[in-house]
Write a protein that binds this ligand. Structure first.
Ligand code: SF4
Length: 241
């Protein structure tokens, strides 16, 4: 477990590590870069760099946290990667169901596998399920998410690489938008962000603007229309924090 600098969570928990690229949003994968760095530092968990690995010992960690936490599950991997056995995914869900005092936020790009497996998983109110959608080519991930039994459903539109007009936000509780950062960030158009914000407002969906990104993401900040947008799904937070 580690404190996280990600604006929409408090900390990360990685019962699996490693992944492989699946779509345009993966181009400058942060997890891949970090895995390489951690391997070079001699961190045991990352000795196989970005190969997909499960970590049985990490399953105990949420039981040791004293206060309620908001936790991003698998910042260094994708829980629904095909190389992760359903038996291990079920163990991860057992831990989350056993710890209703914490909010667990899972994010995947493997929405088709999520949909294929969702009926075999137990979805308590504290398990928030999200899909990443970087452009319209992968918008069908939202349809997969919508049809799952997850109680809280969210979208991470980051790095936003193109316009996403006419989003179907039915049954979606939360939308996060952010631009790409790093050495060669692909640009995010202000109009794309404003359009998504408008769509969220029209459907009463919580809207979180994470960052503009760019080469200097600190300097570019996270103001939109001169203010920050940090909305989150309200009812579930009141239950658990
Ligand atoms: S799915 Fe996520 S973790 Fe996996 S390669 Fe793509 S960006 Fe990285």
């Amino acid at each position: 477990m580690a404190q996280s600098s990600i604006e929409w969570t408090e900390m990360t928990w990685n019962p699996t590590t490693g992944c492989s690229k699946i779509s345009a949003g993966c181009k400058f994968c942060y997890a891949e870069i970090m895995s390489k760095r951690l391997q070079a530092m001699g961190v045991e968990k990352y000795k196989d760099n970005f190969e997909v690995r499960t970590h049985q010992d990490a399953l105990n960690i949420p039981y040791t946290w004293k206060n309620s936490k908001v936790v991003f599950v698998n910042s260094m991997s994708d829980l629904f990667h095909k190389e992760i056995a359903i038996s291990f995914i079920k163990q991860v869900f057992d831990v989350m169901n056993d710890n209703p005092q914490h909010i667990f936020q899972i994010l995947t790009k493997r929405a088709d596998r999520l949909f294929a497996l969702h009926k075999d998983l137990k979805w308590a109110h504290n398990i928030w399920m999200g899909v990443s959608v970087e452009n319209s080519k992968v918008a069908q991930r939202i349809d997969c998410l919508r049809q799952t039994n997850a109680r809280v459903k969210f979208l991470s539109l980051e790095p936003l690489l193109g316009p996403l007009s006419n989003l179907n936000l039915d049954k979606i509780d939360w939308v996060i938008v952010g631009g790409e950062s790093g050495h060669k960030p692909r640009p995010m158009d202000t109009d794309w962000v404003l359009d998504i914000q408008k769509q969220c407002k029209a459907k009463d969906v919580a809207f979180f603007f994470k960052q503009w990104g760019g080469k200097n993401k600190k300097a570019n900040g996270r103001l939109l229309n001169g203010r920050t947008y940090d909305e989150m799904p309200e009812i579930e937070l009141q239950h658990s924090v």
